[in-house]
Ligand binder design. Sequence first.
Ligand SMILES: *[C@@H]1O[C@H](CO)[C@@H](O)[C@H](O)[C@H]1NC(C)=O
Length: 337
Amino acid sequence: MLCWEIELLFVFISHYCDLSKSGQGGDTWFINSAEQSLGYILADSGFDVWIGNVRGTRWSKGHSTFSDHDKLFWDWSWQELAEYDLLAMLGYVYTVTQSKILYVGHSQGTIMGLAAFTVPEIAKMISSAALLCPISYLDHVSASFVLRAVGMHLDQMLLTMGIHQLNFRSDMGVQIVDSLCDDERVDCSNLLSSITGENCCFNASRIDYYLEYEPHPSSTKNLHHLFQMIRKGTFAKYDYGLLGNLRCYGQLRPPTFDLSSIPESLPIWMGYGGRDELADITDVQRTIRELRSTPELVYIGGYGHIDFVMSVKAKDDVYVDLIRFLKENGWPSSSSY
Ligand SMILES: *[C@@H]1O[C@H](CO)[C@@H](O)[C@H](O)[C@H]1NC(C)=O
């Protein structure tokens, strides 16, 4: 029997978090009802759904040597998630199912995907990719809470203090949020909007339920890497400083991920929103320009960053077309199979 897979990776940007503390736990694909959540909808549409959970989330705390109390457990950013973890996860699914993979990602799942697809060994396992709120460049982020955290150098501050795990549920996390909110430009009465942009359509009566699952912890190094992207406008590897870069990469500046090296033959679909203050339209358009292929696009003016996974109307607004795309680009009827 042939199998058809979906790899789902994801970052949830939730109430008390900023870019980095974004969850990335796979549970978010199932957080609404079976009729509304993309994970269920894909399974009900006949896809074999595989869920990726990245390091540090509640579902991925294991390590052969370290515990999550160790500094080295948290010594990674999305770069390692793309180059090692995604390679391993996709390689596993590819080996088990003996078929190419349809990739679906949201937010950080798209950063990881776009970085990973520049690696031929990874790209060859993918038959098509659907990216929700696609991110490679971040210099037009306009979310006030995030900009305030960047402006006060939260990332460097935490690293200097020796805090390597970013957990906004901890006492320290709560204090950090309080201090970020102590600014008239940040509206913390609506923290979710201050972090992600105004979301039109998630189910407010489910907030307590969402908070049982989100946000998951992440690493401070990941926060720092994301903030480097915001500050510098690059889609590049982690910047260790001149000497560190020389040691790690053999050059003074971190190598960039070249979007034009993603194979032109890889079909890509993108869904993005007019109120998304993390995946800003200007940055999305730059990503599109730098790709060799021409992605299929679904633009929804009224959607913010988390509407794409949580909107109660996302099925009609977004997923119907996403599924059409996946079926046309990787299902048995399509020519490559
Ligand atoms: C919102 O969530 C509540 C509680 O889970 C549920 O009863 C209701 O049906 C949901 N509304 C929509 C429009 O999905």
